[in-house]
Design a protein around this ligand. Structure first.
Ligand code: ADE
Ligand code: ZN
Length: 350
C-alpha cells in the first residue's frame, strides 16, 4: 500500500476526538464534486474527465516538490465559478472533517484564490465562506473557525485588502491571518505591515515557515511577525538556537506529516522529525494541510504518527490537547472544548 492510496483509518483513529488547526479549504476537495462542476460549467480541462484527479491530487509518479504541490492550487482556481460552488466546497470540507471525527476545526481559505476566476469581490467571497461554514458547522455538529490566508507570491496590496475585510468579519467566525504560498522563493518581509495591522485589529497570526524555507524563517515568524503559531516549521530542527527559542515561547507548530513528504520537505515519510520535535519539548500539533490534494484524512495522520513514528495512544491524546490549547478560540471557549475533548478522549483512549 503506497502513501498515495492510504487505508482510511477506521475504528480507533477515526473515533479519536481530533482537532485540525491547519487545513486549507482549497486543498479539501472532492474529485466527484469537481467533475460535476466541470460538466455544469463546461470547463475545458487539459486532460480527459476521468483523469481530472491528476490535475488536483499528488500522483505517485510525480516529483515530490513545492512547485508540483502548489501547481495543484493553480489548477483548482478555475473551479470556483459561482457563489453556490464556493458555498458547496465549504460545506463539503466541513462535512468530511466531521465524518472523520474532527471535533474542532480551523479551516483556512485564500479569498483571492476563490475570487480570481470570476473576478468576484473579495468581501463577497468571504461572506459566502462565512455563511456556508456557519451553516455546515451547525448541520454537522462541528465547531469551526475560519482563518484567511494570503500568499507570499501574490500581491501585498490584496493582502492588505483581505485583512481589512477580515477585521470587519470577526463576528462571523474569522479569527486569524495566515501567510502561505511559495516560501522557497518569496520573503515574508513585505507583508510585515499587513500582519501588524491584523494583530492590532485583534486577529491571531500563523505563518507558514520552516517548510520550504530554512529555520531562519521560523525565527523571523516568531520574533518579527510575533506569530501565535507556525505552519509546519519542521525545519526548526536544523538550528538548535531557533528550536530553543520556540521551546521557550512554547510556540505551537502545525505539523502536517504527509504533506511534508509529498511536497519534498522530507526525503521520506520516515525521515519526518515529528518524534524529535516532541522529544525536544516543542509544542507540536498534528494536522492535514490539504487532505484532498494529499488523499488523506486526519485519522490517517494519527495512524501514521502511531504506526510510523511509534507515538503511544497517550502521546496522541497529548497532541490533541496541545491543539486545543493552541487553538484560536477565546479562553472561555477553549476551556469548554478542553473539557469536552478530555471527556471524549477518556472514552476513546485505552
Ligand atoms: N498552501 C496550501 N498548502 C500549502 C503549504 N503546504 N505550504 C504553503 N502554502 C500552502
Ligand atoms: Zn498549509
Amino acid at each position: 500500500m503506497g502513501w498515495y492510496a492510504p487505508v482510511t483509518a477506521q475504528g480507533y483513529y477515526q473515533h479519536l476526538p481530533k482537532v485540525d488547526l491547519h487545513r486549507h479549504l482549497e486543498g479539501t476537495l472532492r474529485v466527484n464534486t469537481l467533475l460535476e462542476i466541470a460538466r455544469q460549467q463546461a470547463i475545458t480541462l487539459p486532460v480527459r474527465a476521468d483523469a481530472l484527479h491528476t490535475l488536483v491530487q499528488i500522483q505517485p509518479d510525480e516529483p515530490l516538490n513545492s512547485t508540483v504541490f502548489l501547481s495543484k492550487f493553480q489548477a483548482l482556481r478555475q473551479f470556483y465559478q459561482t457563489p453556490e460552488i464556493i458555498a458547496r466546497v465549504t460545506r463539503e470540507a466541513i462535512e468530511d472533517a466531521s465524518t472523520d471525527g474532527v471535533r474542532y476545526l480551523e479551516l483556512r481559505f485564500t479569498p483571492l484564490a476563490l475570487a480570481r476566476v470570476r473576478g468576484f469581490a473579495l468581501g463577497e467571497v468571504m461572506d459566502w465562506v462565512c455563511e456556508s461554514a456557519a451553516a455546515a458547522s451547525r448541520d454537522f455538529d462541528l465547531p469551526t473557525r475560519l482563518i484567511v490566508s494570503v500568499n507570499r507570491h501574490e500581491s501585498v496590496d490584496i493582502a492588505a485588502q483581505v485583512v481589512e475585510l477580515a477585521l470587519q468579519r470577526r463576528q462571523r467566525g474569522i479569527v486569524a491571518l495566515d501567510l502561505a504560498g511559495n516560501e522557497a522563493d518569496f520573503s515574508a518581509f513585505p507583508f510585515l505591515d499587513v500582519f501588524r495591522a491584523a494583530q492590532n485589529g485583534g486577529l491571531k497570526v500563523t505563518v507558514h515557515a520552516g517548510e520550504w524555507g530554512g529555520p531562519g524563517n521560523v525565527r523571523e515568524a516568531i520574533e518579527v511577525f510575533q506569530a501565535d503559531r507556525i505552519g509546519h516549521g519542521v525545519r526548526v530542527m536544523e538550528d538548535q538556537a531557533v528550536a530553543a527559542l520556540a521551546r521557550e515561547r512554547q510556540t505551537a507548530f502545525e505539523v502536517c506529516v504527509t504533506s511534508n513528504f509529498q511536497s519534498g520537505v522530507v526525503p521520506a515519510l520516515k525521515a519526518h522529525p515529528i518524534r524529535r520535535m516532541l522529544a525536544e519539548g516543542l509544542n507540536v500539533t498534528l494536522n492535514t494541510d490539504d487532505p484532498g490534494i494529499s488523499q488523506i484524512t486526519l485519522s490517517d495522520e494519527y495512524r501514521v504518527a502511531a504506526e510510523e513514528f511509534g507515538l503511544s495512544h497517550a502521546a496522541l491524546a497529548a497532541v490533541i490537547l496541545a491543539a486545543v490549547r493552541a487553538s484560536f478560540l477565546s479562553e472561555v471557549e477553549k476551556m469548554d472544548l478542553l473539557r469536552r475533548i478530555t471527556r471524549q478522549l477518556d472514552a476513546a483512549v485505552d
